[in-house]
Each structure stands twice: as structure tokens, then as C-alpha cells.
Design a protein around this ligand. Structure first.
Ligand SMILES: C[S@@+](CC[C@H](N)C(=O)[O-])C[C@H]1O[C@@H](n2cnc3c(N)ncnc32)[C@H](O)[C@@H]1O
Length: 331
């Protein structure tokens, strides 16, 4: 990251990203009250429900970008909270080896697996972290690849053709539009994956959303809501972040001004509504034509297209009548 790039003053935490086990990660980020994976969960769960495929026994397929040790996977797949995880790793005696911890974690998470958990795979440049997530069974598969630098391997490309939801917390800034472009490049037959990204407000998302648009996805921002990520590590981080965010014309009152990095979320369903589209962009169900009252009587309205889950803004959306995902009314 160049000296002038947004986020250049962020504390360097790279020493905790690729360790043989997650203790240093939880230790350091616990001190900073890092909790974006937990904050993101209600949205992720809603999106997961929206992307579920009731017509098949197949689990929904999630790719966690910048997955680290499999933290989002743990929250998605197991009955655990981030608080449980902080507590668990803080109370693990120092003499427990990484191999012993992995063995105990495998048992711990397996015993808390949710019914019909999603398939969660991970991508991160940190080989040991991804390896740990796989070893303890949080990640169904993981790839230590850098899509900023090159194309995905054949195995990852194959996975990408079947991914339903791409998720990232704490990742944008490390990954840019280059990674997203490569994630969406492999040709696929079914609907495009949705993308949910929790992005620090100092990082513009325009270039990523432009790339997503190129792949037929439109970014919608969850207005009026922000998600605290963590406390600033020091005064310099805070001062520079406040400056960078203000320079983007955003109000920091009640958010970064109170001492915490904040994120907003964006998702990118394929919302292109056309009168010729007859399938829900999310679940592929046939879109229902809703009866509409006009002066001339009742007639079928144009098909509606699915985008956000209904809970986001109930007044604005109409559904396909089959999945819980719904879309902006554009008749
Ligand atoms: C702040 S951590 C976020 C981890 C996790 N998503 C979470 O919220 O707890 C940032 C992660 O980005 C990863 N990362 C950095 N550069 C990357 C790249 N080019 N491609 C994939 N992952 C990268 C780091 O290894 C690290 O695991």
C-alpha cells in the first residue's frame, strides 16, 4: 500500500495473519474489540437463506475471501459466537501446541455444527491460516492464492463456477477490484454469485462495483446502517482515518469519531430486470406476475426481480413468491 493510498496508516497486523494457530490473531484483535465477523452475521445468514436452494439437497456454497483461520466459517457453520472464540483461545494454556489445539478445535467445532450447514470454502494468501481452517473442519476447502497477482488455480476456478455467495469481512483494502474480477471470470451456467463485502469507509468501493457491474452484478449499498469493525489501534490510525473518510464526504459523527473503524455493506445480486426475464435472479424460480389493479381492471404486472432479502427494506421489495429474497420493484 503506497503512502498516499487510503488505509496507509492502518496498524500493520500482518504478523498475526499467518501463524500455525489462531491464538495470536484472537489475542491481538480481541484487544481492539474486532467484531466485524459477528456484526455481519445477521446479514450473512439472511443472504444465505436467500441463496438457499430448496429444490436440491445441495448445501449453499459460500466463498469467504480473506478467510484467515476460518472465522466466518465458524460463525456460519457452528453454534458459536465470536465471543466464545475469543474466550476459548484466550483461555488456552500457552504450552498447548498448535497440533494439540487443532485436534481439540476439530472436536469443539464438530460438536457444534449447525443442522444442514452451508459449504464454506476460503481464500487467503496466508497458507498456515487457511491450512488451520481446513484442518479443524471449518473450511470445506481452502486456497492460499493471491488473486491480486494472478489467476485462480484450476481447482479454485472450478469452485468459483458453483459459488452462491462471496463474502468478505476485513478484506477489502488487501484485496481490490483485481481479485473480484478474477473471482467472477470463470464461466458459469447458473445464476451469478452474490457478493457481500464489509468495507471500511475509507476505502472507495467504486472500482470494485465497476468490475462487478462488468460481470453483470449491480452493487446496492445498505443505506442508513453501518457496522463497527474495531477500535483504532492508535491516535495516528484514528486521525488519518477521520481525515480520509471526511475527504470522501462522509460524516464520521457517531461512527469513526467515537473511536471505531466502521464498515458498510454492499451486495451484488444480478438485478437486471427485463420484461423478458422470467426467472428469479436469485433462486431461478419462475417469477410470478403480480396482479395489478388499473383503471381498466386487473392485469398481470411485469415480473419482479430478486435482489435484497425482504428484511432490509420491506416496503421497497416484491418477491418471486418462492424464495425469501426479493427485489426492487421495477415494472
Ligand atoms: C483483517 S484480516 C480479516 C480476516 C477475517 N476475514 C476476519 O474478518 O476475521 C485480513 C486478511 O486478509 C488476508 N489477505 C491479505 N492480502 C490478501 C490477498 N491478496 N488475498 C487474499 N487474502 C489476503 C490476510 O492474510 C488476512 O487473513
Amino acid at each position: 500500500m503506497s503512502h498516499d493510498a487510503p488505509g496507509h496508516a492502518k496498524a500493520d497486523l500482518s504478523h498475526i495473519y499467518d501463524c500455525p494457530d489462531p491464538r495470536a490473531y484472537f489475542d491481538t484483535l480481541g484487544e481492539l474489540d474486532y467484531d466485524i465477523p459477528q456484526r455481519a452475521q445477521p446479514v450473512v445468514q439472511a443472504l444465505l437463506k436467500a441463496r438457499s436452494r430448496p429444490d436440491t439437497a445441495e448445501p449453499t456454497r459460500v466463498l469467504d475471501v480473506c478467510c484467515s483461520y476460518g472465522i466466518n466459517a465458524a460463525l456460519l457453520r457452528c453454534e458459536v459466537t465470536l465471543a466464545h472464540m475469543y474466550e476459548r483461545y484466550a483461555s488456552t494454556p500457552a504450552e498447548v501446541t498448535s497440533a494439540q489445539l487443532a485436534e481439540s478445535d476439530a472436536e469443539f467445532y464438530a460438536g457444534r455444527l449447525r443442522e444442514a450447514p452451508a459449504r464454506v470454502v476460503g481464500l487467503d494468501i496466508a497458507e498456515q491460516a487457511v491450512g488451520y481452517g481446513c484442518r479443524v473442519g471449518l473450511l470445506d476447502r481452502g486456497w492460499a492464492e493471491d488473486l491480486e497477482a494472478g489467476d485462480p488455480s484450476p481447482a479454485l476456478s472450478d469452485e468459483l463456477t458453483r459459488t452462491d455467495l462471496i463474502l468478505t469481512t476485513g478484506g477489502v483494502g488487501y484485496v481490490t477490484e483485481r481479485t473480484f474480477d478474477r473471482l467472477l471470470a470463470p464461466p458459469r451456467q447458473g445464476p451469478k454469485p452474490w457478493v457481500a463485502a464489509w468495507v471500511l469507509r475509507m476505502f472507495p468501493y467504486d472500482e470494485i462495483s465497476a468490475v462487478l457491474a462488468k460481470h453483470g452484478l449491480r452493487t446496492e449499498q445498505l443505506h442508513g446502517t453501518s457496522f463497527p469493525q474495531r477500535r483504532f489501534a492508535n491516535d495516528r490510525e484514528r486521525d488519518v482515518a477521520l481525515r480520509e473518510i471526511a475527504a470522501r464526504g462522509l460524516d464520521t459523527t457517531g461512527l469513526e469519531s467515537d473511536g471505531r473503524y466502521s464498515t458498510c455493506t454492499c451486495t451484488c445480486p444480478d438485478p437486471r430486470p427485463t420484461s423478458s426475464r422470467s426467472r428469479c435472479a436469485s433462486c431461478s424460480a419462475t417469477l410470478r406476475r403480480r396482479p395489478e389493479r388499473t383503471a381498466a381492471g386487473v392485469r398481470a404486472a411485469a415480473p419482479r426481480v430478486c435482489a435484497w432479502p425482504r428484511w432490509v427494506s420491506p416496503a421497497r421489495w416484491a418477491g418471486c413468491g418462492r424464495c425469501c429474497c426479493t427485489g426492487p420493484v421495477r415494472s
